[in-house]
Ligand binder design. Structure first.
Ligand SMILES: *Cc1c(COP(=O)(O)O)cnc(C)c1O
Length: 397
């Protein structure tokens, strides 16, 4: 199905791959998009074939042509050997970790990791006898001091959820290679386009495809992309855990992928413009956006990443909760809710002091995470400006 099979005479650029991967109109009656295969039962023509499982598809839970098309497309764009799509980003994380650990093992996980990843480690993994040590996301090559004889993997996420620390992935990869540890990365922020994990020593890259790949806030989906060394273990673990994304969701992931380059480019430009505008506002103490020169790890970001998506955080000057509520409750365009990566702008307050263990979180005022959607930035600025005015009025009263 992959376009690479018939157009491999020259290397295609990422935006072109997004449009042409995972489909082959000549084999689908000329229709541009592959059909959506729905199904559980797959028939075998002979008992001999059934005994040997001798055909490409054997049961709906294992795979369908729809699933395979999306897997091929993501693997090609992210640059891995194989992709396994899952029902959610969270499921992609749990399967990827399960693939490499057993009872008695130890793992290293970033202190700035997506909170549910931490919950998975602290509850399910701990119950199964796998111990987690959280590390400072700025640790770099010093992560070697935390490696034990039973350490199996390092789970990174860069930039960190909510707090946006950029990790020195190549330095961490050097330690992982030296001690034969698996290196996993939650690459959702950058999407498969703006960080190329396999060029930086990562073994397994995780996408919450729910975010930028689906891109329209209308489906849940995850993707685990691996290098050759890790691919078989991931495929096996996915099969053993029965991860089986629905046909519609898989199709929506494929549909989202087609426009990913265009959307991300817009998220990037609007996100940066909003970040710069916020940086100049008196209400804002700091903007945590890796592409701003003021970001403490801006140099690492500029060295390793190919772009910035539309998600970042701001720290406000100290303000009472009622004033913050007056700002947030009256917003007309920014919605308040979890997830991100869709066409619409979002904002949520957050507080890392409640869960960090390896590092402490220092901020005087409230923290807000923003996702800049595809609206006109002038309208978004006006929405926040009115919010800041409500905040000031409420703080005075
Ligand atoms: C949302 C998110 C996930 C989980 O994805 P779901 O599809 O919501 O399960 C994982 N990692 C990061 C960084 C996320 O933002």
């Amino acid at each position: 199905m992959s376009a690479s099979s018939k157009k491999s005479s020259r290397a295609l650029r990422p935006a072109t791959k997004l449009v042409h991967s995972g489909r082959d109109p000549a084999s689908t009656y000329g229709f541009v998009n592959p059909p959506v295969y729905r199904g559980s039962t797959v028939l075998f023509p002979t008992v001999e074939k059934l005994w040997k499982r001798d055909q490409e598809y054997t049961y709906g839970r294992s795979s369908t042509p729809t699933v395979k098309a999306l897997e091929e497309a993501i693997a090609e764009i992210e640059g891995g050997a194989a992709t396994a799509v899952t029902t959610s980003g969270y499921q992609a994380i749990s399967i990827a970790i399960f693939a490499f650990v057993k009872s008695g093992d130890h793992i290293l996980v970033s202190d700035s990791v997506y909170y549910p990843t931490r919950r998975f480690c602290d509850h399910l993994l701990a119950k199964l006898g796998v111990e987690t040590t959280y590390y400072d996301p700025l640790i770099g090559a010093d992560i070697e001091t935390l490696v034990r004889p039973n350490t199996r993997l390092i789970f990174t996420e860069s930039p960190g959820s909510q707090s946006f620390e950029v990790q020195d992935i190549p330095a961490i990869a050097g330690v992982a290679a030296k001690h034969k540890l698996w290196l996993l990365l939650d690459n959702t922020w950058a999407s498969p386009l703006y960080f190329k994990p396999f060029d930086h020593g990562v073994d397994v890259s995780i996408q919450a495809a729910t975010k930028y790949i689906v891109g329209h806030a209308d489906a849940m989906l995850g993707a685990i992309t691996s290098n050759t060394r890790a691919a078989e273990r991931i495929a096996q673990t996915k099969e053993l855990l029965g991860a089986c994304p629905g046909s519609e969701e898989t199709f929506l992931g494929m549909r989202g992928l087609r426009t990913l380059a265009t959307r991300l480019d817009h998220h990037q430009r609007s996100g940066l413009e909003m970040a710069r505008w916020l940086e100049a506002r008196p209400e804002v103490a700091r903007v945590l956006h890796p592409a701003l020169p003021s970001h403490p790890q801006h140099d690492i970001w500029a060295r390793d990443f190919l772009g910035a998506s539309g998600l970042f955080s701001i720290l406000l000057q100290p303000t009472p909760n009622e004033a913050l509520a007056a700002m947030l409750d009256g917003l007309q365009l920014f919605g308040m809710g979890f997830s991100w990566g869709g066409y619409e702008s979002l904002i949520i307050p957050f507080d890392p002091t409640t869960y960090r263990t390896a590092t402490s979180w220092q901020a005087e005022g409230p923290a807000l995470r923003l996702h800049i959607g595809l609206e006109d930035v002038e309208d978004l600025k006006a929405d926040l400006q009115a919010g800041f005015e409500r905040m000031a009025a409420a703080a005075k009263s």
